[in-house]
Design a protein around this ligand. Sequence first.
Ligand SMILES: [Zn+2]
Ligand SMILES: [Zn+2]
Length: 932
Amino acid sequence: MKSLDQLKEEIKEEASENPEKFFATEVLKEKGFSRGQCKNCRLYFWSSDPEREICGEPECGDGYTFINDSPTEVELTHTESWELFQEFMDDRGYASIDRYPVVARWRDDVEFTGASIYCFQPYVVSGEAEPPADELIIPQPSLRFNDVDNVGITGRHYTNFTMIGQTCFQPPEKYDQDRYFRDMFEFAVEGLGIPEEKLILHEDSWGGGGNLGACMEFFVDGLELWNQVYMFYKQTPEGYEELDLKVLDMGMGHERITWISRGTETSYESVMPETLSKMKERTGLEIDQEVWEKFLPHSSELNIDEVDDIDEKWKEVAEKIDEDVDNLKDEIKPAAALYSIAEHSRALNFALADGKIPSNTGGGHNLRMIYRRAKDFIEKYNWELKMTEVARWNAEELEPMFPELLESIDEIQRILEVEAKKYEKAREKAEKKLSELESQPSVEKMIELYESHGVSPEMMEEAGFEVPEDFYMQIGEEDEAIQEVEEDFDLEGVSETEKLYYDRREPYRKDGKTENFDFKAEILEVIDDEWIVLDRTMFYPQGGGQMHDVGKINGFQVEDVQKQSGVVLHRAPDHDLEEGQSVKGVVNGEKRKQLTQHHSTTHMVNAAAREELGEHIYQAGANKTLEKARLDITHYEKPDRETLDEIEASVREIIEEDHEINVLEMEKSDAEQEHGFRIYQGGAPPGNTIRLIDIEDVDIEACGGTHLTQSSHAEEFVITGCKRIQDGVIRLEYKAGESAREFQREVEGRVKEVSKLLDAEIPDDTRNVQRSLCEVFSVEPEHLVDTVERFMREVDGFEEKIEKLSDFLGEDTQISKVRRETTLETAESLYSIRKDREKKVENLESQIEEFLEEELEKNDFEEVEAEVPTENVGLLIQVAQKLSSKHQACITLIGEKGAVSASQTDESAEEKLEKYSDSVQGGKEFAKAFDI
Ligand SMILES: [Zn+2]
Ligand SMILES: [Zn+2]
């Protein structure tokens, strides 16, 4: 399989040999532009100067030449630069679309939206789904984590940037490359007022998200402002193939437009001036303008992507601007740290507002990484700065364009606070690891320290170790992979099954009596002996986390139902049916009802959890079986008991309020615009239309499962468990309908049994009582009865021991009795009485030594024989050994499970033992003699 880079290279080569086929060369010529080839890097470019010999890359030219010398006619704030573009393109007929979430829930190949085109991949680009408009613009916040090392230092790198898209989806006959190109060319010259001679246009190629094409990059004064990609291809395992639609994907760096219009030292100063000024005020950090002004024209040379030996590069840059390299780093690095903190906080704002939680896996891990990088900088420079306040400043500054960030700021801050606690803990551990380091570690060792122990490069640097500048890059980035579809059955030539399983939504009567439902069908195919393919079926196949239906085909048990490429396969292991035969299928209604109740309540749980916990709650996984259902939600900590009770109460309320549940078929882009991206709780299905389950006024989401018609048909609901299954993901377990009633009966039965054992009255609120009982004895419900029985036995056993020992020692020991009140009070009393009696036995046993010493005294310390009422042979051994050695006496003790004898001479011990060993329980083999 060819790599994406190889394919891009192929397309670039083809385009440079045949530019007329790929680029708007006619328009370029009309504008007076001509083609040249860079004498440094061999790249083909277009410019208004036919004599020009170098391209627009900063490395080939003089770096950034717009600093303090903006080439634009307008000076724009960040919001204004979008508004300018929006107006300009509105006049030319483009529809302006609201941003998509940065968490790409409609895709299963990537976690974050990394570019504006991601919003429309894969189904719009492939032509399967309609776009929201054929020709549109969109300001799309995007997240990429492959440039983390560069953030801050180069003055222009971001993990979160807004890519403004000019995006068109047209059939070949309507696709107008010249117009699209002209619009952007004229935006540069007329909109921004950039002189034509400053524009250098590069021929290149670009690929991502499974698509690729030739592209033209717009450079001005060393800065690439945007890239217009002619996305005509789809990546395949063999290479690439042409798309049905012609797609234009222009991505413009919103931050770069703002920056070039202002010409500040760094992009950050143009884009987030308010946040930065608050941060500077708070930290007292002053930036030496002189050094920065000298450094910044060269900052782009420190782009870690493109430099082999970064340390050498620092020296080079320092030499060029006539600065000591260490002084230069001391000046640049704290400012770069401040910029990084501001930038990372902005990225976190978008991700958290869109429902991604920092964690230790996948995309959540990227969020944790930048959070911790920012925190490490704060620690390193000892700044009085809170991530929660930087988050608020950023949200306030972005409010005109993205008001949703400020709307979610309380929730964002809560998540950041939880993350701060986790950071403190991890930092403590990491510092311990770091303190064990005695000499400069190798890069491999550093990577291990980072990945396994959370020792960050910032911490290592702080401790005085040398860290490579491109550390985060060395950790490695994940490749974008093309998903391969696994095919289990060979279904060549088998036609799709007609789906009847949505026809009847509820296979049961309202009076509670459940009926099965039957259908007639014909067997099309028998595969591997046991799998039956019918022309039509009412059996719901396994899918969307919902278990398949069970039932019978012509009396033969159906044990599994799967679907593959539209064909439903029924597994009936014992059947003797043949192809072409007409059969009767019967789906078990009782079981379908249970599955349907579990599925509809899953949507209710999701809505209730969001209501109770916040907007960051999304489904991370779900499963619905006959016995129970579970929903995994994105949340940063395990909810407490009260919160779970509230979620449960809230679901019960939804059931009681009897909301209608409707199934809607809609065009995808309409559904997205109307209901937002929340509809994709379990990812987006292929195709142009989408099936939505709308629980009126409660929840609406895309789903292919079976659902009730009214929320009240869920009948009953209980949450049975909750646990944290991974960082940032909480699992809720619950039951509905008959399964919930069954659960309640079990609880009742169990509490009844415990009450009977304790001779207490049966309580009304059995569920709460069970919960408290489990807490008293620290056991799971299923062990409750056994445990109470054991405690009762032990309480009696201890009583007996206390009596015997008291008799033996001539003590008078008071024994308190279990208080008999309510079930719970009695249980609590039982628990403490058992503890109390156990303690008493221990106390009495410890008095044995003293007692025997008195006996020895009576015998002039020669010998003592005693029957001690204890099973504790270990104790007897201890006492016998101690006394015999202390008093040079012979001690023989007869316990209930064996006798021991110890003396200063071996023989006398043996002798004594011989005499008594037969008389004690367990016989001779239990008796032991000890020599000292
Ligand atoms: Zn060049
Ligand atoms: Zn569903």
